[in-house]
Design a protein around this ligand. Sequence first.
Ligand code: SF4
Length: 329
Amino acid sequence: MQRTRDEILSDIELWAKERLATGEQTIYLGSGGNGRMGVLADGRMEGEEQSSGRGDENDRHTISEIKSNNLKKTTASAKTSSARIPSPPPSAHTPIPPAAGIPAPRTTSAATRNPQPEIRSSQTPNPTPQTPAPWLSATDLPTLQSLISSCTKCELHKTRTNFVFGVGNPNAKVMVIGEAPGKDEDEQGEPFVGRAGQLLNKMLAAINFPREEVFIANILKSRPPGNRDPKPEEVAACEPYLWKQIEIIKPKMILCVGRIAGSNLLKTGDESLAKMRGKVFDFMNAKVMVTYHPAALLRNPNWKHGAWEDLKQFRKLYDELVGNREAGS
Ligand code: SF4
């Protein structure tokens, strides 16, 4: 559904205030063909047009001025205004600002030594405007966990048995990200336990990543009833926690298991698993690859060969990036 300009500006305003509360002076919201838009520490917005360089005082306006088109620089208002308004988020491949306190994913050049190199841009979704929450300031995983484990941001808190934060090495160079807790995970409060978890352990061990040396987490921290797919609003509510985990852990590489994990992390829309496999994405300074979910491999053993190819490629890229050592070394 197309969002109105005012709705977009309201979201940006709330998001920007949250970011500014962390001490940032200017927040640039993105760049496009005409220029880019920023929010200053005093709450004004600033347009910067590529043709004229950094905007002067007349190019700075409050959000309410922009909303009402009451711009000081009236002769250039139409041009400047359009330069200040970003494209309506979210669309699958349009970079838009990240959630409060979370760094934007970067796109880099192709990984030339990868056998099937195709670096794809990734994005973080539309910011959810909220009052700055204490967990945004967490700098270690135990603190973060203690601050979010009673979360009630979406309806899934009503049906969960346990909040499933994630498990593993807090200094891991590799993160494994799945979709959401299942029945066993919900009961035990740990991701990837049960048969699928055992197979994941074997998959990781096969490429010399012991489970305890990586960090395993999910897009959602609470189980969707009946293991249904996550709803977009649940993902939007929960994924900032995962971004915060990534920010704290700083993995070099991320392995997404399953299409839903990959498409939600990388915002690839309805792209199939087949199209995501074999590619290397950039997200928050980590290289990301996508492969089968172990539960899918249990249902379809014929896919194990493809999964093995993915895992070998993942390990090869890891060795190139980090060196031929174990994940936590
Ligand atoms: S799924 Fe995430 S956002 Fe929803 S209640 Fe659980 S922890 Fe909170």
